[in-house]
Structure formats: structure tokens, C-alpha cells
Design a binder for this molecule. Structure first.
Ligand SMILES: Cc1ncc(COP(=O)(O)O)c(C=O)c1O
Length: 435
């Protein structure tokens, strides 16, 4: 195998324990407590493709970055940002051919009638605007989301993010994730649609009205549920019949993650509104709301959307470079190919390690459930140990589910066959230590 990761015991860069304690204390003084991904925290100082490097020059295989989906520090995206920033960076209330060309190219990737774009600075801002739009268009206030969902950090998007763990207001109703094990043998699509219908009824009865069903097409924070393709169709129809819009949150799944350009395409549905973020600028902070022309006209008639930095030419240049990279490097095809290789290798490991109870996902959005081998009960402790052991072996993985027993793999879409093999070998070694 080429390109092996050495397996010495890492520290956070070259810091001694005392230096690390000092850094943490100084950070806490200025930034408060941080929800670090690892303990001790990692201090990457450079990124290149699928790898991050710490200050000691140690290389980490990054298996959980949905933001720089095209790879860390992608030279084409970096130089597009730098060149445009050196030329002109202005707000969106001017004519600008970089912005106009980007909007036309991006919208060309959407099915009709999704033909209009508002650019924002983040996924949260995009979802916030989508909620405003849905309430304006329907006259309702109520929102339905899945019980583990996260859709952002602004006041209104945190309200529709039960995965953050805070109490929800009465106008936000949750449905269980589309987990076939919860449907108990019933066909998943009709079962999931029935949950939407029930909660839309509740919202109508309480007087909140129903504005929108907001779903992230890969259900990443619920545990990753992507199969069978098409299962969303009935739920989307149920939402529309109840008078609401369907907002597809593509902040995680957009731009090729699931092996199709958009996550919603897997289900053969056309959303009323699509929200974008993270990979859109490969780390340059940008997001977007894609909608129908009459909806944008309605929004503008109520109060135009003015964003200081959203829709700048630098954002458009970053976004355009991302689209170029996806096309020239055939990243959607690679997401399919590398995702299949990963799942195949994981299934092979599952035959040797009964701790792996399930492997789900599409493209390069993959979940691996870890359980107690004796009882089959979810084992969040094992997931934590696996994440830390992987980090000690210079591989970065996360868990992002309510129960915490699910490892999530979502590497840059450029991950190679060798890097997939590298991960599987190291993960197999880690699983052996968990037994
Ligand atoms: C599905 C989804 N929607 C929205 C957001 C919010 O995006 P941002 O952090 O760019 O505001 C996130 C962030 O994790 C997300 O995963």
C-alpha cells in the first residue's frame, strides 16, 4: 500500500502538557468554552487535499469534513478567491458579471421551476431566509423537522434544530427520522408521510398553521438515512397537501456528497426551496437559497433581502471555482466510486467485528453503528473510544447522532482508492482493540 500514515503517539502539535494547559486557559479567557472535536484538541496548521497537518508536521487523514468538500486548500479555489479579492470585492447591490455568471451556472444545475437565487453568508442564514419565505408565502408559522435535525445557529434556525438539545417552541413539531427499523416493516415512504400528516394537523389545530417541512436529504444528524431512494416522495406530497412548502436543506448533501449533485435528486422530488452552504465555497463562507421566481418576487415585495457580504464577487468566484473543480475532477463520480469502496470494505470488517451493526449511506455520506457485541445495544462509549483511537492513529472521524453510537464518514469528495484502503486498514486495527 502506498502513502502510509505513521503510527506514533501524537500530541497536539509540539505542545508540552503545560503549554497546552496554558493555551486552553488563554483561549477560555477570550473565547469561553469550546466544544472541541477531540480531547486533547487538535491544532491543524495546514490542509492539503484529504489531509490536515499539525505544527509537528504530523499528517491526519480527514474523514469528516463536509465544508472543504473539494479538499483542503484546493489551489484552484484558493487562487480564484485571491484573484477576485485583489480585483474587487463589493456588496451585492451593484451590477457584477462574476456574480451574474455564477448565478446562471448554479441555477442551470437545478430542475425547473427552481430558477432564482439569493446568496447568503452561511447555511444558517440561508435556512433563516427560507423560513421567512415559507411563512410569507403560506401565512402559516409552523415547521416540521426530524427529531435529530440541525439546520443552523441563528435564533430561528436553532428553533428548528432539535439536535442541539434545547426545548422547541410550540410551532416547531418533530417527526421521527426515516429509519426503517422504526417503521417496523411498513413501507418507509407512506409511514414517513403519515408522520408529516399527523404533525401538520397538530399545527393547524393549535392555530400556528403549517409553513414548511424542512428536511436535510441525507438525514445526517439523525443517523444518515438514504434508502430506499424515492422514499421522500410521499412526505413531500403530504406537506404540500397540508398547505406547506418543502424546503430541502442541502447544506450537507449538496454539491455531490451523496453521489448525485443534489441529495433531493435521489428521491426524485423537486423541492419548493433549496438551501445551500458549506461546500458551496469550499470553506469560503457562503450560502444560498434557490427558489421559484414568484417566491423571490413575493419576498422582494415584502422586504428586499440585503446582505453586507452575501453575494459578493469573491463569493461568486469561490463558488464558480468549486463548480469547475467538481466538473474537471469528476468528483460526483468519485463520490459514488469511493463511497462504494468504503461501504464494501466496511461490510467486510463487519463480518469480523460484530460491533458493527449497520452501515448506511450514499456516496460519501456514510454512517457506521457500533453496538455491544453481546446484546446488540447501541454503544456510544465504543464510538467515543473508536474516534479517539482513530485520532491517535492520525485519522479524523466524528459522531453526529442523538445516541452517539454512530460514526460518520464524510471525507472530501476527492478521496482516492488508496486513501480509502488506508482508512479501512487503520479502522480494522482500531476495531480489534475495542473487542
Ligand atoms: C444540514 C445543515 N443545515 C444548516 C447548517 C448551518 O450551516 P452554517 O454552519 O454554515 O450556518 C448546518 C451546519 O452544520 C447543517 O449541517
Amino acid at each position: 500500500m502506498t502513502d502510509r500514515i505513521p503510527s506514533a503517539v501524537p500530541g497536539p502539535g509540539e505542545l508540552s502538557e503545560a503549554e497546552l494547559a496554558q493555551r486552553l486557559q488563554a483561549r477560555r479567557q477570550w473565547l469561553g468554552d469550546t466544544d472541541f472535536a477531540y480531547d486533547p484538541p487538535l491544532e491543524p496548521v495546514r490542509g492539503d487535499g484529504v489531509y490536515l497537518f499539525d505544527s509537528a508536521g504530523q499528517r491526519y487523514l480527514d474523514m469528516h469534513s463536509t465544508v472543504p468538500s473539494m479538499g483542503h486548500g484546493h489551489p484552484e479555489v484558493v487562487s480564484a478567491i485571491a484573484a477576485q479579492a485583489a480585483t474587487l470585492n463589493i456588496h451585492a447591490r451593484h451590477l457584477n458579471n462574476v456574480v451574474e455568471a455564477y448565478a446562471a451556472r448554479l441555477l442551470g444545475l437545478f430542475p425547473a421551476p427552481l430558477g432564482n437565487l439569493v446568496m447568503t453568508c452561511s447555511g444558517s442564514e440561508a435556512n433563516d431566509l427560507a423560513l421567512r419565505l415559507a411563512r410569507l408565502v403560506t401565512g402559516g408559522k409552523g415547521i416540521i423537522v426530524t427529531s435529530g435535525a440541525r439546520h443552523g445557529s441563528t435564533a430561528t434556525t436553532a428553533e428548528i434544530s432539535p439536535g442541539l438539545g434545547q426545548p422547541l417552541p410550540a410551532h416547531v413539531r418533530t417527526i421521527p427520522p426515516p429509519d426503517p427499523s422504526l417503521a417496523k416493516g411498513a413501507a418507509l415512504g407512506p409511514w414517513f408521510a403519515a408522520r408529516v400528516r399527523e404533525e401538520a394537523n397538530v399545527l393547524q389545530k393549535t392555530g400556528a398553521g403549517f409553513a414548511a417541512l424542512v428536511l436535510e436529504s441525507g438525514f445526517a444528524f439523525d443517523g444518515v438515512f438514504t434508502d430506499p431512494p424515492g422514499f421522500l416522495t410521499e412526505a413531500v406530497s403530504a406537506a404540500r397537501q397540508a398547505g406547506g412548502l418543502f424546503i430541502a436543506d442541502e447544506v450537507q448533501t449538496g454539491f455531490g456528497r451523496t453521489g448525485m449533485f443534489w441529495g433531493f435528486s435521489r428521491h426524485g422530488v423537486v423541492p419548493d426551496v433549496v438551501t445551500l452552504g458549506k461546500p458551496m465555497g469550499n470553506g469560503y463562507p457562503m450560502g444560498g437559497v434557490v427558489m421559484r421566481a414568484q417566491h423571490l418576487a413575493r419576498l422582494n415585495a415584502s422586504a428586499p433581502y440585503i446582505s453586507g457580504c452575501g453575494g459578493s464577487p469573491v463569493a461568486a468566484a469561490a463558488g464558480m471555482a468549486v463548480l469547475d473543480v467538481i466538473e474537471t475532477e469528476k468528483l460526483v463520480r468519485n463520490a459514488v466510486r469511493s463511497g462504494e469502496a468504503l461501504r464494501k470494505g466496511l461490510r467486510r470488517l463487519a463480518r469480523s467485528f460484530p460491533r458493527i451493526a449497520a452501515i448506511r449511506g450514499a456516496g460519501l455520506l456514510i454512517a457506521v453503528d457500533l453496538v455491544m457485541p453481546e446484546t446488540g445495544a447501541p454503544d456510544p462509549g465504543a464510538a467515543r473510544r473508536a474516534i479517539n483511537a482513530l485520532q491517535r492513529n492520525f485519522v479524523l472521524v466524528c459522531s453526529a447522532t442523538p445516541c452517539g453510537h454512530t460514526l460518520q464518514l464524510r471525507p472530501p469528495l476527492s478521496i482516492s482508492a488508496e486513501q480509502v484502503a488506508q482508512f479501512l486498514e487503520i479502522f480494522g486495527g482500531v476495531l480489534a482493540t475495542l473487542e
